[in-house]
Design a protein around this ligand. Structure first.
Ligand code: AMP
Length: 280
Protein backbone atom coordinates (compact mmCIF):
# COMPACT_ATOMS: atom_id res chain seq x y z
CA UNK A 1 0.00 0.00 0.00
CA UNK A 2 1.40 3.35 -1.07
CA UNK A 3 0.38 6.75 0.30
CA UNK A 4 0.39 9.40 -2.42
CA UNK A 5 -0.21 13.14 -2.11
CA UNK A 6 0.20 14.32 -5.67
CA UNK A 7 -2.10 13.87 -8.66
CA UNK A 8 0.75 13.33 -11.10
CA UNK A 9 2.21 10.47 -9.08
CA UNK A 10 -1.23 8.90 -8.65
CA UNK A 11 -1.80 9.04 -12.38
CA UNK A 12 1.56 7.41 -13.12
CA UNK A 13 0.63 4.46 -10.91
CA UNK A 14 -2.85 4.23 -12.42
CA UNK A 15 -1.56 4.33 -15.95
CA UNK A 16 0.89 1.50 -15.14
CA UNK A 17 -1.92 -0.54 -13.54
CA UNK A 18 -4.09 -0.02 -16.61
CA UNK A 19 -1.29 -1.00 -18.98
CA UNK A 20 -0.94 -4.28 -17.11
CA UNK A 21 -4.66 -4.92 -17.65
CA UNK A 22 -5.83 -4.16 -14.13
CA UNK A 23 -9.32 -2.84 -13.40
CA UNK A 24 -9.44 0.11 -11.05
CA UNK A 25 -11.80 0.63 -8.13
CA UNK A 26 -12.13 4.05 -6.48
CA UNK A 27 -13.41 4.60 -2.94
CA UNK A 28 -13.63 8.30 -2.00
CA UNK A 29 -13.77 9.06 1.74
CA UNK A 30 -13.13 11.85 4.21
CA UNK A 31 -11.31 9.47 6.56
CA UNK A 32 -12.04 8.65 10.22
CA UNK A 33 -12.70 5.22 8.80
CA UNK A 34 -15.26 2.79 10.18
CA UNK A 35 -16.93 -0.44 9.07
CA UNK A 36 -19.14 1.51 6.65
CA UNK A 37 -16.09 2.66 4.69
CA UNK A 38 -14.53 -0.80 4.96
CA UNK A 39 -17.62 -2.38 3.41
CA UNK A 40 -17.04 -0.23 0.31
CA UNK A 41 -13.43 -1.39 0.18
CA UNK A 42 -14.52 -5.05 0.51
CA UNK A 43 -17.02 -4.60 -2.34
CA UNK A 44 -14.37 -2.90 -4.47
CA UNK A 45 -11.86 -5.67 -3.73
CA UNK A 46 -14.33 -8.24 -5.10
CA UNK A 47 -14.79 -6.39 -8.39
CA UNK A 48 -11.39 -4.81 -9.14
CA UNK A 49 -7.68 -5.64 -9.38
CA UNK A 50 -6.37 -2.28 -8.16
CA UNK A 51 -7.90 -0.17 -5.38
CA UNK A 52 -7.52 3.53 -4.69
CA UNK A 53 -8.93 4.89 -1.43
CA UNK A 54 -8.97 8.66 -1.18
CA UNK A 55 -8.91 10.50 2.13
CA UNK A 56 -9.67 14.20 1.82
CA UNK A 57 -11.77 16.33 4.14
CA UNK A 58 -13.25 18.47 1.41
CA UNK A 59 -13.76 22.05 2.65
CA UNK A 60 -16.11 23.08 -0.16
CA UNK A 61 -18.84 20.68 0.95
CA UNK A 62 -19.01 22.04 4.50
CA UNK A 63 -21.66 24.72 4.73
CA UNK A 64 -20.79 25.16 8.41
CA UNK A 65 -17.23 26.20 9.34
CA UNK A 66 -17.51 24.74 12.85
CA UNK A 67 -18.53 21.37 11.39
CA UNK A 68 -15.41 21.42 9.21
CA UNK A 69 -13.20 22.35 12.17
CA UNK A 70 -14.50 19.60 14.39
CA UNK A 71 -14.75 16.90 11.69
CA UNK A 72 -12.70 13.93 13.02
CA UNK A 73 -9.27 13.42 11.48
CA UNK A 74 -7.63 10.09 12.38
CA UNK A 75 -5.10 9.88 9.62
CA UNK A 76 -2.52 7.59 11.27
CA UNK A 77 -5.05 5.10 12.55
CA UNK A 78 -6.81 5.19 9.14
CA UNK A 79 -3.57 4.06 7.49
CA UNK A 80 -3.16 1.27 10.05
CA UNK A 81 -6.73 0.09 9.37
CA UNK A 82 -6.24 0.23 5.61
CA UNK A 83 -3.02 -1.78 5.76
CA UNK A 84 -5.15 -4.86 6.58
CA UNK A 85 -7.05 -4.48 3.29
CA UNK A 86 -5.99 -5.04 -0.32
CA UNK A 87 -5.64 -1.32 -0.97
CA UNK A 88 -2.97 -0.35 -3.49
CA UNK A 89 -3.01 3.42 -3.08
CA UNK A 90 -4.23 5.81 -0.41
CA UNK A 91 -4.55 9.21 -2.06
CA UNK A 92 -4.31 12.02 0.51
CA UNK A 93 -4.01 15.28 -1.42
CA UNK A 94 -3.67 18.72 0.13
CA UNK A 95 -6.27 21.44 -0.39
CA UNK A 96 -3.90 23.23 -2.79
CA UNK A 97 -3.51 20.05 -4.84
CA UNK A 98 -7.27 19.62 -5.29
CA UNK A 99 -8.11 23.32 -5.60
CA UNK A 100 -5.22 24.96 -7.46
CA UNK A 101 -7.38 27.91 -8.47
CA UNK A 102 -10.18 29.93 -6.93
CA UNK A 103 -12.52 29.09 -9.77
CA UNK A 104 -15.45 26.87 -8.95
CA UNK A 105 -16.84 24.21 -11.19
CA UNK A 106 -20.58 24.11 -11.08
CA UNK A 107 -23.18 21.63 -12.22
CA UNK A 108 -26.90 22.03 -12.70
CA UNK A 109 -28.05 19.48 -10.16
CA UNK A 110 -31.61 20.71 -9.81
CA UNK A 111 -34.08 19.64 -8.65
CA UNK A 112 -32.41 16.91 -6.58
CA UNK A 113 -30.11 19.37 -4.82
CA UNK A 114 -33.05 21.47 -3.65
CA UNK A 115 -34.79 18.91 -1.40
CA UNK A 116 -33.93 17.41 2.00
CA UNK A 117 -30.16 17.90 2.60
CA UNK A 118 -30.19 20.58 -0.10
CA UNK A 119 -32.71 22.65 1.86
CA UNK A 120 -30.70 22.52 5.08
CA UNK A 121 -27.10 22.47 3.81
CA UNK A 122 -26.85 25.20 1.24
CA UNK A 123 -23.91 24.63 -1.12
CA UNK A 124 -23.13 21.18 0.29
CA UNK A 125 -23.93 19.23 -2.85
CA UNK A 126 -22.17 21.74 -5.10
CA UNK A 127 -19.03 20.99 -3.07
CA UNK A 128 -19.59 17.23 -3.23
CA UNK A 129 -20.10 17.30 -7.01
CA UNK A 130 -17.04 19.50 -7.41
CA UNK A 131 -14.65 17.26 -5.48
CA UNK A 132 -16.00 13.93 -6.72
CA UNK A 133 -15.89 15.14 -10.34
CA UNK A 134 -12.22 15.99 -9.83
CA UNK A 135 -11.48 12.60 -8.27
CA UNK A 136 -13.31 10.91 -11.15
CA UNK A 137 -11.42 12.86 -13.79
CA UNK A 138 -8.08 12.30 -12.11
CA UNK A 139 -8.47 8.57 -11.61
CA UNK A 140 -10.94 7.47 -14.36
CA UNK A 141 -11.79 4.29 -12.47
CA UNK A 142 -13.70 1.29 -13.82
CA UNK A 143 -15.90 1.28 -10.72
CA UNK A 144 -16.51 3.83 -7.97
CA UNK A 145 -18.10 2.95 -4.62
CA UNK A 146 -20.44 5.00 -2.41
CA UNK A 147 -22.65 4.24 0.57
CA UNK A 148 -26.44 4.28 0.43
CA UNK A 149 -26.32 5.93 3.83
CA UNK A 150 -25.77 9.18 1.92
CA UNK A 151 -28.60 8.38 -0.44
CA UNK A 152 -29.09 11.87 -1.84
CA UNK A 153 -25.34 12.30 -2.29
CA UNK A 154 -25.27 9.17 -4.44
CA UNK A 155 -28.08 10.56 -6.63
CA UNK A 156 -26.13 13.82 -6.99
CA UNK A 157 -22.96 11.96 -7.97
CA UNK A 158 -24.82 9.89 -10.57
CA UNK A 159 -26.27 13.08 -12.03
CA UNK A 160 -22.89 14.84 -12.13
CA UNK A 161 -21.30 11.81 -13.84
CA UNK A 162 -24.08 11.79 -16.43
CA UNK A 163 -23.57 15.49 -17.16
CA UNK A 164 -19.87 14.74 -17.76
CA UNK A 165 -20.64 11.68 -19.94
CA UNK A 166 -18.74 9.46 -17.53
CA UNK A 167 -19.76 5.93 -18.25
CA UNK A 168 -18.03 3.85 -15.61
CA UNK A 169 -19.97 2.07 -12.88
CA UNK A 170 -21.10 3.97 -9.80
CA UNK A 171 -21.98 1.38 -7.21
CA UNK A 172 -24.19 2.02 -4.16
CA UNK A 173 -23.42 -0.18 -1.13
CA UNK A 174 -25.76 -1.05 1.77
CA UNK A 175 -25.80 0.91 5.03
CA UNK A 176 -23.62 -0.61 7.75
CA UNK A 177 -25.00 -0.21 11.26
CA UNK A 178 -23.87 -0.59 14.83
CA UNK A 179 -25.44 -3.54 16.70
CA UNK A 180 -27.94 -1.09 18.17
CA UNK A 181 -29.05 -0.03 14.67
CA UNK A 182 -27.33 3.35 14.52
CA UNK A 183 -25.96 3.95 11.01
CA UNK A 184 -22.18 4.14 11.23
CA UNK A 185 -20.80 7.61 10.62
CA UNK A 186 -17.53 9.38 11.30
CA UNK A 187 -19.60 11.98 13.15
CA UNK A 188 -20.78 9.35 15.68
CA UNK A 189 -17.45 9.69 17.48
CA UNK A 190 -18.30 13.33 18.23
CA UNK A 191 -21.39 12.33 20.22
CA UNK A 192 -21.32 12.51 24.02
CA UNK A 193 -22.10 9.32 25.97
CA UNK A 194 -25.69 10.48 26.49
CA UNK A 195 -26.13 11.31 22.83
CA UNK A 196 -24.69 7.94 21.83
CA UNK A 197 -27.24 6.24 24.04
CA UNK A 198 -30.03 8.31 22.45
CA UNK A 199 -29.01 8.07 18.78
CA UNK A 200 -30.28 4.49 18.07
CA UNK A 201 -33.80 5.95 18.40
CA UNK A 202 -33.36 7.29 14.86
CA UNK A 203 -33.25 3.88 13.18
CA UNK A 204 -35.74 2.41 15.67
CA UNK A 205 -38.21 5.10 14.60
CA UNK A 206 -37.55 4.42 10.92
CA UNK A 207 -38.22 0.70 11.43
CA UNK A 208 -41.37 1.43 13.38
CA UNK A 209 -42.63 3.84 10.73
CA UNK A 210 -42.14 1.14 8.11
CA UNK A 211 -44.14 -1.30 10.24
CA UNK A 212 -46.95 1.25 10.43
CA UNK A 213 -47.18 1.90 6.70
CA UNK A 214 -50.28 -0.27 6.23
CA UNK A 215 -52.20 1.47 8.96
CA UNK A 216 -51.20 5.13 8.61
CA UNK A 217 -51.28 7.66 5.78
CA UNK A 218 -48.04 9.25 4.57
CA UNK A 219 -48.69 12.40 6.54
CA UNK A 220 -49.55 10.41 9.67
CA UNK A 221 -46.25 8.54 9.33
CA UNK A 222 -44.40 11.85 9.09
CA UNK A 223 -46.20 13.15 12.16
CA UNK A 224 -45.36 9.92 14.01
CA UNK A 225 -41.64 10.24 13.20
CA UNK A 226 -41.59 13.89 14.26
CA UNK A 227 -43.31 13.11 17.51
CA UNK A 228 -40.97 10.19 18.35
CA UNK A 229 -37.81 12.19 17.70
CA UNK A 230 -38.83 15.57 19.07
CA UNK A 231 -40.11 14.17 22.33
CA UNK A 232 -36.59 13.01 23.14
CA UNK A 233 -34.91 15.84 25.08
CA UNK A 234 -31.57 15.45 23.23
CA UNK A 235 -32.93 15.28 19.71
CA UNK A 236 -34.58 17.52 17.21
CA UNK A 237 -35.96 16.44 13.87
CA UNK A 238 -34.63 18.48 10.98
CA UNK A 239 -36.63 16.66 8.32
CA UNK A 240 -38.25 13.36 7.53
CA UNK A 241 -39.44 12.83 3.98
CA UNK A 242 -40.70 9.85 2.06
CA UNK A 243 -39.50 10.32 -1.50
CA UNK A 244 -39.33 8.57 -4.86
CA UNK A 245 -35.89 6.92 -4.92
CA UNK A 246 -35.20 8.11 -8.47
CA UNK A 247 -36.59 11.65 -8.62
CA UNK A 248 -36.15 12.29 -4.86
CA UNK A 249 -39.42 14.20 -4.97
CA UNK A 250 -41.91 13.62 -2.12
CA UNK A 251 -44.32 10.73 -2.66
CA UNK A 252 -47.92 11.85 -2.18
CA UNK A 253 -49.70 8.51 -1.84
CA UNK A 254 -48.90 4.94 -0.85
CA UNK A 255 -50.44 3.88 -4.20
CA UNK A 256 -47.68 5.66 -6.14
CA UNK A 257 -45.66 3.11 -8.15
CA UNK A 258 -42.39 4.77 -7.07
CA UNK A 259 -39.90 2.94 -4.86
CA UNK A 260 -40.31 4.83 -1.61
CA UNK A 261 -37.49 5.73 0.70
CA UNK A 262 -37.82 7.56 4.02
CA UNK A 263 -34.93 9.94 4.63
CA UNK A 264 -34.26 11.57 7.97
CA UNK A 265 -31.91 14.15 9.48
CA UNK A 266 -31.71 14.65 13.21
CA UNK A 267 -29.83 17.24 15.20
CA UNK A 268 -28.26 16.24 18.52
CA UNK A 269 -27.00 19.56 19.80
CA UNK A 270 -24.26 20.51 17.26
CA UNK A 271 -24.09 17.09 15.62
CA UNK A 272 -26.30 16.22 12.71
CA UNK A 273 -27.01 12.59 11.78
CA UNK A 274 -28.76 11.24 8.69
CA UNK A 275 -30.26 7.86 7.88
CA UNK A 276 -32.82 6.29 5.54
CA UNK A 277 -35.00 3.24 5.03
CA UNK A 278 -36.79 1.73 2.03
CA UNK A 279 -40.53 1.40 2.55
CA UNK A 280 -41.04 -1.28 -0.12
P1 AMP B 1 -17.46 9.95 4.24
O1 AMP B 1 -16.09 9.62 4.70
O2 AMP B 1 -18.43 10.19 5.34
O3 AMP B 1 -17.49 11.01 3.16
O4 AMP B 1 -18.00 8.64 3.53
C1 AMP B 1 -17.29 8.03 2.49
C2 AMP B 1 -18.17 6.99 1.85
O5 AMP B 1 -18.54 6.00 2.83
C3 AMP B 1 -19.49 7.59 1.31
O6 AMP B 1 -19.78 7.00 0.06
C4 AMP B 1 -20.48 7.20 2.36
O7 AMP B 1 -21.80 7.08 1.88
C5 AMP B 1 -19.94 5.85 2.79
N1 AMP B 1 -20.45 5.50 4.13
C6 AMP B 1 -20.38 6.28 5.24
N2 AMP B 1 -21.01 5.67 6.27
C7 AMP B 1 -21.49 4.50 5.78
C8 AMP B 1 -22.25 3.42 6.35
N3 AMP B 1 -22.64 3.43 7.62
N4 AMP B 1 -22.57 2.38 5.55
C9 AMP B 1 -22.19 2.36 4.25
N5 AMP B 1 -21.48 3.34 3.66
C10 AMP B 1 -21.13 4.39 4.41
Amino acid sequence: MKTIKHIKELQEHLSFARKTGKSIGLIPTMGALHEGHLSLIKAAARDNDFLVVTIFVNPTQFNNKEDLKRYPRNFDSDLTILSDYPVDIVFTPSEAEMYPSEEKRQFDLSPIDTVMEGKFRSGHFAGVAEIVSKLFEISTPDNAYFGLKDFQQLAIIRKMAKILNMNFNIIGCPIIREKNGLAMSSRNQLLTGEQQAAAPLIYKTLLKSKELKNSLSLSEISAFVKEQIDRHPLMQLEYFEIVDDVSLMPVTSWESPANKIGCIAVQLDEIRLIDNIYFD
